[in-house]
Write a protein that binds this ligand. Structure first.
Ligand code: PLP
Length: 359
């Protein structure tokens, strides 16, 4: 195992806690002493219903979800939420902040349902900053933000101060820090970064906000359907939901999102400090306040661009996996999700320092 030890910097699906993997592997063989695999039992069995309920309760507990919100585990990924959000929550008009490819995709879907105001976009600089100067129309039903931009490495760490409810795509930073759920009508996240394997999608929705639209909504796309049936209207993604529950338990043990935030600040700080110091590399996001703690994007400094492939090979030899940047940014991306150990970030920093020594 030690010989196989890799440092997993993939952006998603990505690293999960050892605890999650071990417990899920065990339950894949013998789930809750049933003698059956978690893949083989009915989602309506009392053992699995307990998994679903506990997962929903832990989401409430860890994120301090106020009364009046429902917690759902759906399928279809965050991409299906791009359209379920406007279908269910936008009567005539909504506002979106465009901070990258995921926001752009969410905007495209919302346009099927009404008037979509793009209040600002950072496309002019390949999404390397967060627009701060914008006005959200007061008659918008919600203001949609992508809290963490997985591809471009920016993160909205504090809820913007606007006078309409927020809708948040938190696929790549949910559970990495405390959030003020009361400011949101809806929060959604594909599981495959900070929560579990792909196949489950977490949705937290304010019940009251669902009274806004009067358009007919097909059954499977209607949040009410899933709320009324406790995320069991149809067969949920049983194994992924089981794995999510393990991660939530691990998170609680680690001090919840408050504890996690402290560690995440340290991990990201370690890498950004090195990027600011090391002559070979530059972070792609110039403003430190806009930089993501989850996805650290960087490129070779202008004098060293020809070394890009050499560094990738060098780092790969040293066990770094998944650091190649997304094609729309180039360079490198190190994803430092909750489960990423501090030691792995340190190992990457040491590789960067070793590589610098001979240049
Ligand atoms: N939104 C963000 C911020 C993402 O990072 C991703 C996937 O990487 C998505 C949406 C799309 O999620 P899914 O693949 O679950 O549809």
């Amino acid at each position: 195992y030690l010989r196989m030890k890799k440092h997993n910097f993939y952006a998603g699906p990505s690293i999960l806690p050892e605890f999650t993997k071990k417990m899920t592997a065990e339950a894949a063989l013998n789930f809750a002493e049933t003698g059956l695999s978690v893949m083989e039992v009915s989602h309506r069995s009392k053992e699995f219903v307990a998994v679903m309920e506990e997962a929903q309760n832990l989401v409430r507990e860890l994120l301090h979800v106020p009364e009046g919100y429902s917690v759902l585990f759906l399928q279809g990924g965050a991409s299906l939420q791009f359209l379920m959000v406007p279908y269910n929550l936008m009567n005539k008009k909504s506002a979106y902040l465009n901070t990258g490819s995921w926001s752009s995709k969410a905007i495209k879907e919302a346009k099927f349902f009404g008037d979509v105001v793009e209040v600002a976009s950072s496309k002019d600089a390949n999404f390397n900053y967060l627009p701060k100067d914008y006005t959200v129309p007061e008659d918008a039903d919600y203001f949609h933000i992508t809290t963490n931009n997985t591809i471009y490495g920016t993160e909205i760490l504090k809820e913007p101060d606007v006078n309409v409810p927020l809708a948040g795509d938190m696929s790549s930073d949910i559970f990495s820090r405390p959030i003020d759920v009361a400011k949101y009508d809806v929060i959604y996240a594909g599981a495959q970064k900070n929560l579990g394997p792909s196949g489950a999608t977490l949705v937290i929705v304010k019940d009251e906000a669902l009274q806004r639209v009067d358009r007919p909504i097909p059954t499977m796309l209607n949040y009410k359907t899933h709320i009324d049936k406790g995320s069991m209207f149809n067969t949920p993604a049983t194994l992924p939901v089981f794995a999510c529950l393990q991660t939530l338990q691990w998170l609680k043990e680690k001090g919840g999102v408050e504890g996690m935030e402290k560690i995440n600040i340290e991990k990201a700080g370690l890498l950004y400090d090195e990027l600011d110091r090391n002559k070979l590399f530059v972070p792609t996001v110039p403003n430190p306040e806009d930089r993501s703690r989850m996805n650290v994007t960087f490129v070779m400094a202008p004098d060293y661009t020809e070394l890009e492939k050499d560094f990738l090979d060098f780092a790969t030899q040293k066990g770094m996996v998944g650091i190649k940047g997304h094609r729309s940014v180039g360079g490198f991306r190190a994803s430092l999700y909750n489960a990423m150990p501090y030691e792995s970030v340190k190992a990457l920093v040491e590789v960067m320092q070793d590589f610098e020594k001979n240049k």
